[in-house]
Design a protein around this ligand. Structure first.
Ligand SMILES: C[S@@+](CC[C@H](N)C(=O)[O-])C[C@H]1O[C@@H](n2cnc3c(N)ncnc32)[C@H](O)[C@@H]1O
Length: 272
């Protein structure tokens, strides 16, 4: 793997090293807890994510998300790649992809899939990549599961060339800030019992077609994400709010996901 050339006029000082592990601080009293839970959840997730047509990825989210992904360039990094479904789809779309995930069980699943992908076990907060090596970084449904999300966004900026794209999808902060009442009828009220502005871990158990999984995430208000992006030198180009297209689902009325395409303009702003 070789370094891609910097964009014209890019300051040499922008080619910084990954932060030392000691710079990664606990957030809200947790450190790495979300990723540890993901490693334990791997079997449930692999079954959930790979069942044909089961997850929202197959039903509508993949198509919506890939509309934001730029044409293949030199190198695309898939941050928090899980069992590798997005990595495989990126590769099928012509991208040269490098996937990484902190969960060894997820990485093993990516490697042992019948269409194996290049993947390493690594922390999004400390990418094992030199600065300015990629022109696209993807974080599909990963940032809400990563402690120190802003550190991970800065790392994405570090490994991107100026003008490079960061394409991310998260659970919509409005969706993670509340929930439908238990009967989940089409007109079920959507309720928020906690403050939308409170940052904290939350769990949600989903059951669908005899499969159950408990997601452990960090709810953060939308501004935490936009601050992380602009603070790392990104400009937001496009923002979509995909949701379930089935009008019989209560989630049809609420944005389930938030997808963002951002371009790296000036990594120096992160150091102001
Ligand atoms: C919801 S899964 C999404 C996986 C994949 N992007 C997909 O959509 O199929 C979130 C992933 O983020 C990973 N993750 C959590 N914290 C991480 C970290 N600090 N560094 C890298 N990956 C992390 C988890 O292990 C998990 O595989």
């Amino acid at each position: 793997m070789t370094n891609s050339p910097d964009s014209p006029g890019a300051p040499a000082a922008a080619a910084t090293a990954a932060p030392p592990a000691s710079d990664i601080r606990p957030v809200n009293g947790h450190n790495g807890l979300l990723s540890e839970r993901w490693d334990l959840l791997a079997a449930d997730w692999i079954s959930w994510a790979r069942a044909p047509g089961h997850d929202s990825y197959w039903r509508f989210h993949r198509d919506a998300f890939f509309k934001l992904v730029p044409s293949p360039g030199q190198l695309t990094v898939d941050i928090g790649c899980g069992e590798g479904r997005v990595t495989r789809d990126l590769r099928d779309a012509g991208h040269r992809v490098f996937g990484l995930d902190l969960s060894p069980a997820m990485c093993l699943a990516t490697l042992t899939h019948e269409e194996p992908s290049l993947v390493v076990t690594a922390d999004a907060r400390r990418l094992p990549l030199p600065a300015r090596i990629a022109d696209c970084a993807i974080a599909f449904m990963a940032l809400q599961d990563i402690d120190d999300m802003a550190v991970a966004v800065r790392e994405a900026a570090r490994v991107l060339v100026l003008g490079g794209s960061f394409v991310m999808a998260i659970i919509h902060p409005m969706y993670s800030g509340g929930g439908f009442d238990e009967n989940r009828t089409v007109d079920a009220p959507f309720m928020a019992s906690k403050s939308y502005f409170h940052v904290g871990h939350c769990s949600r158990t989903d059951t669908q077609d005899n499969r159950t999984i408990t997601f452990h995430r960090e709810h953060r208000p939308l501004r935490d994400y936009t601050d992380a992006l602009t603070g790392a030198g990104f400009v937001i180009e496009k923002l979509n709010e995909p949701t379930d297209p089935d009008p019989q689902k209560p989630s049809h009325r609420i944005p389930m996901f938030l997808d963002i395409l951002a371009t790296l303009r000036s990594p120096e702003t992160a150091r102001r």
